[in-house]
Design a binder for this molecule. Structure first.
Ligand code: PLP
Length: 279
């Protein structure tokens, strides 16, 4: 698997991808990580901002939701002019924002046509909530069924389908339960299974399992890992990669970013979304 996507010739329009996500004032995660990844991969990133978080490396102090009409209008403005060839979601904060995204996706006729990666972000690495607990139902019942791919970590798996992943068998059970919610593919990310020396992500489409494994990198600086993985997968899907190939690409990409993570501030540092510059 190459660690580059095809580059568009200078002066020509690159693939156009959108993130629908929250802003991280510290620049490590959220839409900042998504846009950095998109730029590093040579695609044109657009952004529908859902919430503004007040955070640094020590944690999320507060967040302010963007009015739902403004979230929807950002998506429509981009879809109706620039175009969207693949999209991902990150922090969505509330039921109303999720419902506005679902309605706009259908109004803009993007459903089933544009690859859509749903990263069901529920909390920061430090555990501060980024989604109101009451919004979990809308995430599970309304947004995830629209997804080409849903990419929960193990905490999100527990919240969405009530399964505690502790080994390969429970990871498979979780993949089956997530797929039953209606997405085309489910990716159960094993990165938070810290007892394992391998970080293994399991992909399932209802019939076949695909495993993506990498040696665990011993670092606490992993802020933005989930966003970076999802953004790299989204960029690859915009290039027409199959879902398994896009996940393989994203896994290789984020593993290098985690290997080159750097300290920042007094808390958790970010994965190095710019790692590709050093190759
Ligand atoms: N989006 C925002 C705005 C965040 O603040 C965070 C984490 O703090 C995330 C998404 C998810 O981050 P990660 O990629 O580390 O799971």
């Amino acid at each position: 698997m190459t660690n580059r996507l095809p580059l568009t010739a200078p002066g020509h329009t690159p693939r156009r991808v959108m993130t629908i996500a929250g802003s991280d004032s510290g620049g490590s995660a959220g839409l900042q990580a998504d846009m950095r990844t998109f730029a590093m991969l040579g695609v044109h990133g657009s952004a529908a901002v859902t919430a503004v978080t007040v955070q640094n490396s020590l944690g999320v102090r507060a967040f302010h939701e963007v009015p739902v009409g403004v979230v929807a209008a950002q998506i429509s403005a981009v879809a109706s002019d620039i175009g969207i060839e693949a999209a991902k979601t990150g922090m969505l904060a509330s039921t109303d924002i999720i419902r506005a995204i679902v309605a706009t996706w259908s109004a803009e006729k993007l459903t089933g046509r544009v690859p859509f990666v749903v990263d069901p972000v529920c909390a920061s690495n430090a555990g501060e909530p980024l989604l109101h607990p009451s919004a979990l139902d809308a995430m599970r019942d309304e947004l995830i069924p629209l997804a080409t791919l849903v990419t929960p970590n193990l905490d999100e798996v527990r919240l969405l389908v009530g399964i505690d992943v502790v080994d390969v068998a429970t990871q498979r059970d979780a993949a089956r339960a997530l797929h039953a919610l209606g997405p085309q593919w489910a990716l159960v990310k094993g990165g938070h299974l810290r007892t394992s020396r391998i970080s293994s992500d399991l992909l399932f489409d209802g019939s076949e399992f695909h495993e993506f494994a990498a040696a665990r990198v011993d670092t606490r600086d992993d802020h933005g890992a989930g966003d970076t993985l999802g953004a790299a997968i989204t960029a690859a899907l915009a290039h027409g990669y199959s879902v398994p190939d896009a996940v393989a690409f994203g896994k290789t990409w984020v593993t290098e970013c985690i290997r080159q993570a750097y300290p920042l501030g007094h808390g958790l540092g970010p994965v190095n979304g710019m790692a590709g510059l050093y190759r």
